[in-house]
Design a protein around this ligand. Structure first.
Ligand code: ASP
Length: 335
């Protein structure tokens, strides 16, 4: 009799634990990666400069982590974290964006919801403080995916987004970079700046939230000294930014190469049609498809696995998840 009761209790407890919705402790419930561009400082730059970047990345990553821990949706976290990075003059997005060859700023951004494939983007925007929010409003408030130039600025005005004069985005450091790039162009005729610091810079965020939804957002000022009207990969969904049910990806680097190879979509497609893991797919794109110094990307898959890889000297980046991971890096051989 006693044995029957014990067996019964045991069965009930097994059944209950099988029915409970609490995932095993080692399951990743949410995960986030951010980047601040592949055009990093020289590895021998003063420690204080490196620290400033690490602190800025830490602030943005902590903000995203806290939102996710409170149960925020992937799309909201991506937008919010990119806004934080757009407001930081250290990064080439929003304030601190690079200058085009005419000494002005033209900003590009995009956002994508992996669970619905809804997406929005803006290109060549000149007066919107947070281009990533404009991208999201293109997604939610229009039946289009990409608005460019004056039409995008006017749309921002019509929906009451915060607008600023173009000079709001100016920083001394970026002005010096433009002067350097234009001088170099005069001397060598090269269109692309030779210093990767002037070539690469962008911010991005990818997230897997508590409900398993994936999202990605990316924002940039483009490349220093770019031609007026030039649009890079950032607002081209599938090139510099993409999310579906397999992965969410945000890229940074020479935009033309990322467009040419449809890099962000190719990562997800390799998983979907080729059965590759996220890490395998990213590795193939970065080291087989792209060339050295083209740039890098961050990505997360449906299980919350995070990958950040690049073929440049470094990439400002950070990763965090619900198991307590929290790390910020610039170069490869750090702790
Ligand atoms: N991908 C950006 C562009 O080409 C720049 C960068 O990430 O460095 O506009």
């Amino acid at each position: 009799m006693r044995l029957a009761a014990v067996t019964f209790a045991l069965l009930v407890s097994i059944l209950m634990s099988a029915c409970t919705s609490t995932p095993p402790v080692d399951t990743i419930r949410w995960a986030i990666a951010i980047h601040g561009g592949a055009g990093t400082l020289d590895p021998n730059a003063p420690a204080a400069e490196q620290r400033a970047y690490e602190e800025a990345l830490t602030r943005a990553l902590a903000h995203g982590r806290d939102m996710l821990a409170r149960g925020a949706a992937a799309l909201d976290v991506c937008e919010e974290v990119v806004r934080v990075l757009e407001d930081d003059p250290l990064f080439n997005a929003g304030v601190g964006a690079v200058f085009n060859e005419q000494g002005e700023h033209e900003l590009d951004a995009s956002i994508m919801d992996g669970s619905t494939l809804r997406c929005g983007a803006c290109a060549g925007v000149r007066t919107v403080r947070h281009p990533v929010t404009l991208a999201r409003r293109v997604m939610t408030d229009t039946r289009h995916v990409l608005l460019a130039g004056e039409g995008a600025d006017r749309f921002a005005e019509s929906i009451g987004l915060e607008r600023v004069p173009n000079t709001f985005f100016d920083t001394e450091r970026r002005r010096r970079a433009l002067e350097q790039v234009l001088k170099e162009r005069e001397r060598t005729g090269a269109l692309l700046p030779s210093d990767p610091q002037h070539r690469h810079g962008t911010v991005g965020c990818v997230v897997r939230d508590r409900d398993g939804r994936l999202a990605a957002a990316t924002s940039t000022g483009g490349m220093t000294g770019k031609r007026w009207g030039r649009v890079g990969d950032t607002p081209v969904l599938g090139a510099g930014n993409y999310a579906d049910g397999f992965a969410a990806i945000s890229c940074t680097g020479t935009g033309e190469e990322f467009i040419r190879h449809g890099v962000a979509r190719a990562v997800a497609a390799r998983m979907q049609f080729g059965g590759q893991t996220l890490a395998e797919a990213v590795h193939a794109l970065i080291f087989e498809t792209l060339q050295k110094d083209d740039g890098g990307l961050i990505a997360v898959d449906a299980e919350g696995n995070l990958v950040a890889d690049y073929n440049s000297t470094g990439m400002y980046r950070g990763m965090a998840d619900s198991r307590g991971r929290f790390e910020v890096r610039i170069f490869r051989d750090e702790p």
